[in-house]
Design a protein around this ligand. Structure first.
Ligand SMILES: Cc1cc2nc3c(=O)[nH]c(=O)nc-3n(C[C@H](O)[C@H](O)[C@H](O)COP(=O)(O)O)c2cc1C
Length: 363
């Protein structure tokens, strides 16, 4: 142990919390409180060194206190074994996310968070909420003059009818969704509608959803469970040539539920659309962390397009951000660094007796 070469993790962030210094490894999610003197120890290990080196360097402190601090740092994964798999992963995040760090640490710190189990009784779920009253649903500006708006008649306009008909579904009929409809969903939401020639960036694709700088960082993977005319399995949608590439992984209703943080209803859907982002496409052009917001905003655009398209096709869509990120990424063969899962949408046939509201409302 004493001669093991250790290096400080690059994926770390320090902050004060009620007068106590806290240091977090944002990649592993490990956080701990410590004395500010620990920062010197961390700085010392930005050059790979051994524990023995540290005991010599910090000889003005007792050997025991230095050893204890080192063990704490190793436990918190702020000191990593030089050359280990953890160290390599830390280096990869640091190099590929460099333009967006430290703010981009938010992405990693919020991965794989625990969820309130759906089968908890409502009383127990309510206990997880703050004891204060929920904030008002609508904002009113006291004393402001208001103008009544003319009514908006939507009947007869299929665009507005579709917008108003969209609902999140949590129940699906048993049947299959046709490959034709899956294809329409993929092409309309993620497909390339055409290309335009930009002066500085060459030929860029356009799609139905807007994308900052037309970088289109979004990718989509299809989990086909009950698709008529398509073998059950995992696929990646190739927007460039509008094809599905078969992936080696299996696809089962149980996996659909697991991926969506053990919610039960995704297991009954006909297909899941797993949305990821290749961050470098956006980061290459926009080297400020604010562009991370752009990637998230765009995923929202895509999902809304998907939900509207599914509604128009008479299908039952849903979307969920409660995900087991690392499980999905491992199954899809993604490193979770250069490409990471962000959002999952799904679709099925409309249930014969839809009572979808219940599921959507108590998530
Ligand atoms: C970003 C996002 C995440 C969501 N995550 C979940 C979820 O984890 N589970 C769920 O049942 N519904 C989820 N929903 C669906 C909402 O519960 C649903 O939109 C809400 O109840 C309003 O119903 P509506 O979509 O039919 O208008 C999510 C919606 C959004 C926009």
């Amino acid at each position: 142990m004493r001669s093991l070469r250790l290096k400080s993790a690059s994926c770390q962030i320090a902050y004060w919390e009620r007068g106590r210094l806290r240091i977090a490894n944002f990649l592993t999610g490990r956080t701990f409180s410590t004395h500010p003197a620990t920062l010197d120890l961390i700085r010392f290990f930005f050059t790979p060194r051994t524990m023995r080196d540290a005991l010599v360097e910090f000889r003005s402190y007792s050997r025991r206190s230095v050893a204890m601090a080192l063990l704490q740092l190793i436990d918190a994964q702020l000191l990593l074994e030089h050359g280990s798999a953890e160290w390599k992963r830390d280096e990869r995040v640091c190099s590929s996310w460099r333009p967006w760090l430290p703010e981009g640490g938010f992405h990693f710190m919020t991965k794989d968070t625990p969820y309130v189990p759906r089968d908890w009784p409502i009383e127990k779920k309510m206990q997880t909420l703050p004891s204060t009253r929920a904030p008002p649903q609508f904002k009113t500006i006291r004393g402001a003059d208001t103008v009544r708006l003319p009514p908006h008649e939507i009947a007869g306009d299929t665009f507005f009818e579709t917008l108003h008909a969209r609902r999140t579904h949590g129940e699906f009929a048993r049947g299959e969704v046709s490959l034709g409809n899956i294809s329409k969903l993929l092409q309309t939401t993620w497909g390339v509608q055409g290309y335009f020639q930009s002066d500085a960036f060459g030929k860029l694709p356009y799609k139905t959803s807007p994308s900052g700088g037309a970088r289109h960082p979004g990718e989509v993977y299809l989990m086909a469970l009950r698709v008529e005319g398509l073998e059950r399995g995992m696929y990646r949608y190739q927007a460039r040539d509008n094809r599905l590439a078969r992936l080696p992984g299996r696809a089962t209703p149980r996996m659909a539920s697991t991926y969506c943080a053990d919610q039960s209803y995704p297991a009954k859907a006909a297909a899941l659309f797993i949305m990821t982002a290749v961050f470098a496409r956006t980061m290459w052009k926009y080297g400020r962390a604010r562009a991370y917001r752009v990637v998230l905003l765009e995923t929202g655009h895509l999902c809304q397009t998907f939900c509207l398209c599914a509604t128009r096709l008479g299908l039952a869509p849903f979307s969920t951000a409660a995900l087991k990120d690392s499980v999905i990424e491992k199954d899809l063969g993604l490193d979770g660094i250069s490409e990471s899962v962000l959002y999952v949408a799904g679709v099925g046939l409309v249930a014969d007796h839809p009572h979808e509201r219940a599921t959507a409302e108590d998530n």
